[in-house]
Design a protein. Sequence first.
Length: 165
Amino acid sequence: MIPETQRIVSPLIEHFQRSNMCRDYTGVEGEKCMLVTLPFPTANWQQSYYFAPNTILDGENCTITAINMIGYGALNTLPNGQSNFSGGELRTWTGVLYVSNLNREIIAELPIYTLDRDNNNGKPCFVNFDTHVFQNCYVQFAEANFTTPTEPLAFMIWYVPKIKN
């Protein structure tokens, strides 16, 4: 329910929220989330590093509502026992997360830098993806001094499952 003060200020807010064109900026509480890691098998820059298939996170089954790259300080040890990737190093790289659909058409390009909560006033990057195929999404770095990290990138993905008939 939209507070009365927001209705007085602008009826557009209610329209945008009903159309999934905006959302409450305060958080993602109540939504499901999943930790996803992306390992780096080689040291090649300008190479596409694809995510493993994950049918739960496919657009057919859910709408992704927010993405956050987890920096080293937030989660030092991942559930699989690996160390988390150093956020300080990552800020010097020019990486992009590409979100693609079933036909491998890019539907969004998100600079990795913007997915770090430290660069977003403590908030995740709010999105609304529902036509994506998770295994077609990838990260690519565009700089020559890219070195192979021993740790994976860790992403927290918030999603809302789609109700199927």
